[in-house]
Unconditional design. Structure first.
Lengths: 150, 85
């Protein structure tokens, strides 16, 4: 289990290869979040990610622990980037390994839904009209709540 | 008691600083008490809290509700809803 917060781009293939090396693994689920070139009808030239050092790592570790307690998973990796990113740049990577696909899929989606509402990152977008902070979406709260009733 | 108060994102920019040490009466017992005390100082805190939708808080780097208790030496952070991922 590992969480990393870093400026540098990550190597998805290399990270999956490391987790897949465990011979018990029958399923690998991964999610990659990517910067888009448009948001709320404005062109996005770049975005800058701010975070709360210390709390960020603790909140990601807590999310990993919750996923581990809910599903049968072998390993989990979460990498979240900070700093300035541009359209097509990857922002976040979650990889889950398990024996069968159900646990890996569910744990991966659960962690992204929790990360969206619980991990202290904030995005500031550069648009033609100037820089603006991204507003949180109500749909993110809804996605998280879904897991509380299951 | 003395607390370390930190601000992030839009709130940090509007307050004009990332952190400050505040010396407050012991009667300030909770996160919402502290928020009220900061707003009572006037600008920039009053405007920053008024203009930021749904300000969230953390105490010692864990998400905290309005009723979360405070004690001497804790780190309290205020910030807008998070937007990572």
């Amino acid at each position: 289990m590992a969480v990393r917060v870093q400026l540098e781009e990550f190597d998805v293939g290399a990270e999956i290869a490391k987790l897949r090396a465990d011979p018990r693994v029958g399923a690998v689920a991964s999610f990659i979040g990517v910067v888009r070139d448009v948001n709320d009808d404005a062109a996005i030239a770049s975005m800058t990610l701010e975070h709360y050092p210390g709390m960020t790592e603790r909140s990601l570790e807590a999310i990993v622990e919750q996923a581990r307690s809910r599903w049968n998973v072998y390993d989990i990796l979460v990498i979240h980037r900070i700093g300035e990113l541009r359209p097509t740049d990857p922002i976040v990577l979650v990889i889950v390994t398990s024996a069968h696909r159900g646990d890996a899929f569910a744990a991966c989606q659960f962690m992204m839904d929790y990360l969206k509402t619980d991990a202290p990152f904030w995005k500031k977008e550069a648009t033609p009209e100037g820089a603006r902070w991204v507003e949180a979406r109500d749909s993110d709260d809804t996605a998280r709540k879904r897991w509380e009733s299951e | 008691m003395k607390l370390q108060v930190r601000y992030f994102a839009a709130l940090r920019e509007r307050v004009g600083r990332a952190e400050e040490t505040v010396d407050i009466p012991d009667s300030i017992a909770t996160v919402s008490d502290l928020r009220r005390a900061l707003i009572a100082r006037g600008e920039p805190w009053s405007g920053a809290f008024a203009e930021t939708r749904r300000v969230r808080a953390a105490v010692d780097q864990a998400m905290a509700g309005d009723d979360a208790p405070l004690r001497d030496g804790v780190e309290v952070a205020f910030f807008p809803p998070v937007t990572g991922g």
